[in-house]
Design a protein around this ligand. Structure first.
Ligand SMILES: *Cc1c(COP(=O)(O)O)cnc(C)c1O
Length: 428
């Protein structure tokens, strides 16, 4: 039964572009009618027709504690009763900033914004303001939000000519963006040899989570660190997904590489719209009001959102991270075993509570590898899982997230559903 979702989608499509507020939600990559979600609790969501799903989207990774965590809800309610926005500073944002700075030693000062997109866009601006250089290096298959300068695709081969990946993005706005293949140390070196003195910064997802999950190759992040240090460029880790997810100190703690700037989002908002960027004092102090780089926001540091983020981070300790690791390991291994049993090629990449499934033999080390995944197979897998009550992302190039609210039983049920789905694929 999908009557209510179907009706809502019909109404939404009349008044909202594609019936959605963000494109992947429209299910275009998997076909069919998107489910409208009525409520969530713990590891589960319920659609408008009352069907329950075990959720591995978790608001695209934001809900590390799961849905409607009672501690977060209670603190948010307390905060709301005191007013919802002042456009002035509050204690709650100081507390969250202190929490972030103490968790991430590379972050000495932080600025709150309202989304990951704003964080990366502003981090790039401050990197350029600090270095007085124009170029920004990014990597193919990494997503840094939808600011113009990031919406590029690499041309054929290595760092050649970038083309806009979206209509409405001018060649001018990406003229200073260079896109290199992920995990390719040689092309990084070549780019720095070629125009290192023009490179303001390098931005990277230290674990790529927007082309499925692609971990950094040995030495890749270290190489970026070294080239940036040698040339005076700013190394930006986009930890909008990985921050407070792959460990208490993010990917920078896991791989022991210190960036100059870090961008955050998702988890630090506890389910509210929050982003942040921060890093070395001398770079961040280039920002207005201390310095000449402008960036502002009416609702930035919103007290209700800060309250949600603060309670979320407070609830994350060693026990929670080991639980996330164990659950995610069981999920990844279970699906891997199910694929072997069904003789379906699935390459499972995992870092902490981020799991990526590629319907290909693998290994998947970059975007070109990721693209070899069989999209039609993912579509069938997705629908079979959905029917079994498991909500994976409606696109093949996303991450499956577990939350602290997931249970062993959830994962076991999911693996059984995957056995069925993959068995079905093998039968065709
Ligand atoms: C989600 C995401 C963003 C953009 O964040 P929004 O809040 O959606 O604007 C940026 N970088 C990475 C790595 C992301 O996963």
């Amino acid at each position: 039964m999908t009557d209510k979702s179907t009706k809502l989608y019909g109404r939404a499509s009349k008044v909202m572009v594609g019936g959605v507020s963000s494109p992947v939600r429209a299910f275009k990559a998997v076909g069919g009618t998107p489910r409208f979600i009525a409520k969530g609790r713990g590891s589960h969501i319920w659609d408008a027709d009352g069907k329950r799903y075990t959720d591995y989207v978790c608001s695209w990774g934001a809900l590390v504690l799961g849905h409607a965590d009672p501690r977060v809800l209670a603190h948010v309610a307390r905060s709301m009763r005191k007013g919802t926005s002042f456009g002035a500073s509050t204690e709650e944002e100081v507390l969250l900033a202190e929490k972030i700075c103490s968790a991430l030693p590379s972050v000495e000062k932080v600025r709150f914004v309202n989304s990951g997109t704003e964080a990366t866009m502003s981090a790039a601006r401050v990197a350029r303001g600090y270095t007085a250089r124009p170029k920004l290096v990014k990597f193919e298959g990494c997503y840094h939000g939808h600011a113009d300068q990031f919406l590029t695709k690499a041309g054929s081969g290595l760092a050649t000519f970038d083309l806009p990946a979206s209509a409405g993005v001018t060649e001018g706005s990406i003229a200073d963006t260079v896109t290199l293949p992920y995990n390719d140390l040689e092309s990084v070196e070549a780019e720095f040899r070629k125009e290192g003195d023009k490179i303001a910064g390098v931005i990277v997802e230290p674990v790529a989570g927007n082309m499925g999950v692609v971990p950094p190759a040995d030495g890749f992040l270290q190489k970026l660190r070294k080239e940036c240090t040698d040339s005076g460029a700013v190394l930006i880790f986009d930890e909008v997904i990985t921050g407070f997810r792959v460990g208490p100190r993010g990917a920078q703690g896991l791989y022991r590489v210190e960036p100059d700037l870090t961008t955050l989002g998702k988890i630090i908002g506890g389910g509210f719209p929050v982003g942040a960027y921060g890093g070395k004092k001398e770079i961040m102090e280039k920002l207005s009001p201390d310095g000449p780089v402008y960036q502002a926001g009416t609702l930035s540091g919103n007290p209700v959102a800060m309250a949600a983020g603060l309670k979320t981070l407070e609830a994350l300790g060693a026990r929670e991270y080991s639980k996330l690791e164990a659950l995610s390991k069981a999920l990844a291994e279970g699906i891997d075993a199910a694929a072997s049993k069904a003789s379906v090629d699935v390459c499972v990449n995992r870092v902490g509570s981020m799991t990526g499934l590629f319907f290909s033999r693998g290994p998947v080390r970059n975007y070109a590898d990721a693209k070899k995944s069989d999209a039609a197979a993912y579509r069938r897998f997705f629908w079979s899982m959905l029917e079994s009550g498991v909500y994976f992302a409606p696109s093949a190039y996303e991450t499956a997230f577990v939350s602290v609210a997931h249970s062993d039983a959830d994962v076991q049920r999911t693996v059984r559903a995957a056995e069925k789905a993959l068995g079905g694929l093998a039968d065709r």
